[in-house]
Write a protein that binds this ligand. Structure first.
Ligand SMILES: Nc1nc2c(ncn2[C@@H]2O[C@H](COP(=O)(O)OP(=O)(O)O)[C@@H](O)[C@H]2O)c(=O)[nH]1
Ligand SMILES: [Mg+2]
Length: 313
């Protein structure tokens, strides 16, 4: 990737996170640049802004304590002292969750089960991932495991056609586990590198959804006892703190190994990533910052923070 491409991508990230970024920093510019003295009033303003961006109480307290300590040690009247302290503290919170997905396996395929409530962005995310991984030279297959809604199967098939990727499907109303079983057998026979299975959403509180997902998982595991290799939970970033509840529920019920957080472009509550990192500590694999293919991005803590605080790297 050229430096130009990198700059372009960072610009898109910054653009995508613009609403959260504005919410976090609006009116703080002079303080961030070290042009005003850091007093209790400024700190209180920072606290309020972190909380209204859905950073959550725990991560907010950590950040405030870090800033205090940092500024005691360094000279707080230096330009950018506050911004540097914020960046470092925020990166420290997110970095443990930076753990890119590695789909390489000697024995094929790598199996990814994608779960989450209706409308979180599962099918769209799968389409983007199919594009990304097939562009990188992998043989990708998709399983239309959301048999609850007819439109979901069509939506996945459209993505499949666009990316020249085989989609295993049965008619809607059929058993999700049965679709996934077929897809597992087929992906093995065809030596696919990557099989991504879509699932139905409904509500995470509905016990039969969790039961259905458990069954899907069992059936996949029957074909390959190391699979699924990734259970990716897709969360709508715009739901803020509610996303944490969903994550806890899904994790407790079916075991989540990674997160994709979508729609960060449509929200001022993108600070929820800090709450997720400090409360759940699950790997954040991808973030979604727009509708374009390149807007689903591997999660890089420092890029995310730099974009939020509008820092050029
Ligand atoms: N702006 C924006 N929209 C997204 C993003 N990810 C998904 N969407 C939209 O969210 C809606 C629901 O997505 P879908 O994949 O059908 O959700 P599913 O029910 O979980 O499969 C669609 O209109 C998508 O285009 C994102 O990162 N940014
Ligand atoms: Mg869907």
């Amino acid at each position: 990737m050229t430096e130009q491409d990198n700059k372009g991508l960072f610009g898109r990230l910054r653009q995508g996170l613009n609403r959260t970024s504005t919410n976090l920093t609006d009116g703080l510019g002079d303080a961030l640049l070290g042009k005003v003295k850091l007093d209790d009033e400024v700190l209180e303003e920072i606290e309020t802004r972190l909380l209204t961006s859905d950073v959550g109480i725990e991560a907010t307290n950590t950040i405030l304590a870090d800033i205090g300590n940092h500024l005691k040690r360094s000279q707080s009247d230096q330009p950018n002292a506050l911004r540097d302290a914020l960046v470092q503290s925020m990166v420290n919170i997110l970095e443990p969750c930076e753990d890119p997905l590695d789909i390489y396996r000697e024995e094929k395929p790598f199996v990814m089960l994608v779960v989450g409530i209706n409308g979180a962005g599962k099918t769209t995310t799968i389409g983007k991932l199919a594009n990304k991984f097939s562009q990188a030279g992998n043989k990708v297959m998709l399983a239309a495991g959301d048999t609850f809604r007819a439109a979901a199967v069509e939506q996945l098939q459209t993505w499949g056609e666009r990316n020249n990727v085989t989609v295993v499907a049965q008619q809607s109303g059929s058993d999700s586990a049965s679709v996934c079983f077929d897809a597992m057998e087929s992906a093995k026979a065809k030596q696919a590198n990557l099989l991504i299975a879509d699932t139905a959403g409904r509500l995470h509180t509905q016990i039969n959804l969790m039961d259905e997902l458990k069954k899907v998982k069992r059936v996949i595991n029957k074909v390959d006892d190391s699979a699924p290799h990734e259970t990716l939970l897709v969360l709508d970033g715009g739901t803020g703190q509610n996303a944490i509840k969903q994550a806890e529920e899904f994790h407790k019920e079916i075991g989540v190994t990674g997160l994709a957080i979508t729609k960060l472009d449509g929200t001022a509550k993108g600070g929820v990533l800090f709450a997720i990192a400090s409360k759940l500590g699950l790997p954040i694999r991808f973030i979604g910052v727009g509708e374009q293919l390149e807007d689903l991005r591997p999660f890089v803590a420092r890029d995310f923070v730099n974009a939020l605080l509008s820092v050029d790297d």
